[in-house]
Design a protein around this ligand. Structure first.
Ligand SMILES: NC(=O)C1=CN([C@@H]2O[C@H](COP(=O)(O)OP(=O)(O)OC[C@H]3O[C@@H](n4cnc5c(N)ncnc54)[C@H](OP(=O)(O)O)[C@@H]3O)[C@@H](O)[C@H]2O)C=CC1
Ligand SMILES: Nc1nc(=O)c2c([nH]1)NC[C@@H]1CN(c3ccc(C(=O)N[C@@H](CCC(=O)O)C(=O)O)cc3)C=[N+]21
Length: 294
């Protein structure tokens, strides 16, 4: 069997086009231009790439982008003061503080200081709690993107066995909540899970969010399963260069799975699209408008 390749890049592009249309309507009908503030502390090269692609996606969608680049030795108090200012700024509907933060800053404290209504990452405990209790919430972008990709392959996920490898607050846990809301039977696996390959083989939908290059092998995959690879791992490539690989052995997965996401070009572009979508959602909610249709 050769798996279908799930083209995250193309699906993200289509979604971004729909978001741009909805944003144009919001501007025309209500005079609101959604704005996203991205805060980057320090100069990590990978973070700079992500921040650039987020800002570009925002302006491509006809929204406003406010970039705040702070030096690596920024104090926690200065960062909290900036967030307070952004919380109060009427032109800012979404705030994203790029992780990881330098060690002198308490990330949890910083994330908890963002107005939950502007928390487009969905990391604030209010949004995590809203998601877990089935209320309208800003949902973390990477899990949001993963579920959109799974639903492109299956019109309904109801009753499917979903296995999520990884239980981080930013990917694994919220992904499990979203899948539960889609009526999947959800298993969350992690570093203490016994017989991980056997657990994975039960999955109709397998999500890998581990951070270990090509850990998931072909014989861990149920034939015909849909495999969504969240991992972004930079490993040595040819001619002294580095290359990106996922948490799934892509070649082996292609031979067994029904559908699989590539890395790059799978979940990553969907994360960016969902940041923009959440900014639009936050702008609509702030004006008391219903959930935008995209
Ligand atoms: N495409 C995208 O947009 C994004 C991609 N990523 C990528 O996704 C991956 C995961 O990110 P993140 O959730 O932040 O990572 P974390 O390091 O926070 O979490 C990793 C999880 O994997 C589990 N784990 C580690 N080793 C094993 C193992 N050998 N067997 C089973 N489980 C294991 C850990 O278990 P335990 O809890 O027991 O320690 C933990 O729950 C990374 O590659 C990251 O780069 C992240 C965000 C966005
Ligand atoms: N507050 C916060 N929110 C985040 O959402 C967040 C974060 N911090 N810190 C880092 C992780 C990682 N992340 C990615 C986003 C896009 C790609 C992406 O677009 N990847 C491209 C490849 C890009 C490349 O070539 O490096 C792809 O997979 O095709 C990857 C990873 C968001 N994160």
């Amino acid at each position: 069997m050769t798996a279908k390749i799930i083209d995250g890049k193309a699906i993200a592009q289509e979604l971004r086009g729909n978001i741009a249309k909805a944003a144009a309507e919001l501007a025309k009908d209500h005079g609101i231009v959604p704005g996203l503030a991205v805060v980057l502390v320090g100069a990590d090269p990978a973070s700079e790439v992500y921040v650039r692609s987020k800002s570009k996606a925002v302006t491509d969608a006809g929204m406003k982008s406010f970039d705040h680049k702070l030096p690596a030795d920024t104090s926690q108090d200065d960062l909290l003061a900036l967030i307070k200012q952004l919380n109060e700024d009427k032109n800012v509907h979404g705030i994203l503080v790029q992780l990881p933060l330098p060690s002198q800053i308490d990330s949890t404290l910083v994330l908890n200081s963002i107005d939950p209504n502007k928390d487009v990452d969905g990391f604030h405990p209010v949004n995590a709690g809203r998601l877990a209790t089935g209320q309208r919430a800003l949902v973390p972008c990477t899990p949001f993107g993963c579920v959109i990709l799974a639903k492109k392959m299956h019109s309904s996920l109801s009753g499917m066995n979903a296995v999520v490898i990884g239980r981080s607050n930013i990917v694994g846990k919220p992904l499990a909540q979203l899948l539960l809301a889609e009526n999947c039977t959800v298993t969350v696996a992690h570093s203490k899970t016994k017989d991980l390959p056997g657990v994975c083989r039960e999955a109709d939908l397998l999500f890998a969010a581990v951070g270990r290059p090509e850990m998931v092998k072909g014989d861990w995959i149920k034939p015909g399963a849909t495999v969504i690879d969240v991992g972004i791992n930079r490993v040595p490539g040819e001619a002294g260069k580095t290359k990106l690989v996922g948490d799934v052995d892509y070649k082996e997965a292609l031979a067994v799975a029904g559908a699989v996401t590539p890395v790059p070009g799978g979940v990553g572009p969907m994360t960016i699209a969902c940041v923009i979508l959440n900014t639009l959602r936050a702008a609509c909610a702030s004006a008391g408008l219903p959930e935008p249709k995209v």
